[in-house]
Design a protein around this ligand. Structure first.
Ligand SMILES: [Cu+2]
Length: 151
């Protein structure tokens, strides 16, 4: 089981995000004149939710794939009570006379912040997979993963 983000692509795990936030806050605190400006975007950001995406097989193939998502909160604790869905999107390909393609799947919580389900990959090629996590109908996190599906 591997990340399906392509190699060489930066993974923004929570650790990275937290470090970036910590650095931003440190800079803000170190430069009093900039505190207001630096804190403004941080305050308006969504709550930090770390979203990881895995597929079986990896990389995904045309047809049904098992999709797993792992959710962690800002403290690194698994989020076990979210409603998680994945949306596969492929832009239109005019040269192939193909309209855009889109399909979604709801995942179920399995254990320890891991959500699993089956998603259909309609064709090989590049897709954007958007994972959305909600709680009581309100989005708590969302992340887009570019993937390349094989035949
Ligand atoms: Cu296509």
């Amino acid at each position: 089981m591997f990340h399906i983000e392509r190699q060489g692509q930066r993974r923004s795990t929570f650790g990275v995000d937290a470090a970036a936030v910590a650095i931003a806050l440190a800079i803000a605190l170190a430069v009093p004149g900039h505190v207001g400006a630096a804190q403004q975007p941080a305050a308006s950001q969504k709550p930090a939710v770390d979203i990881m995406l895995m597929s079986k097989p990896s990389p995904p193939k045309m047809g049904p794939n098992t999709i797993e998502v792992m959710l962690k909160d800002a403290a690194g604790k698994p989020i076990t009570d979210a409603d998680v869905s994945v949306m596969f999107f492929m832009a239109a390909m005019p040269e192939m006379k193909m309209p855009e393609m889109k399909n979604s799947a709801a995942l179920k919580h399995v254990k320890d912040g891991t959500y699993s389900g089956t998603a259909q990959v309609m064709m090989a090629g590049k897709w954007d997979v958007t994972v959305t996590a909600k709680r009581a109908g309100k989005e708590i996190g969302s992340k887009k993963f570019p993937i390349t599906a094989e035949k």
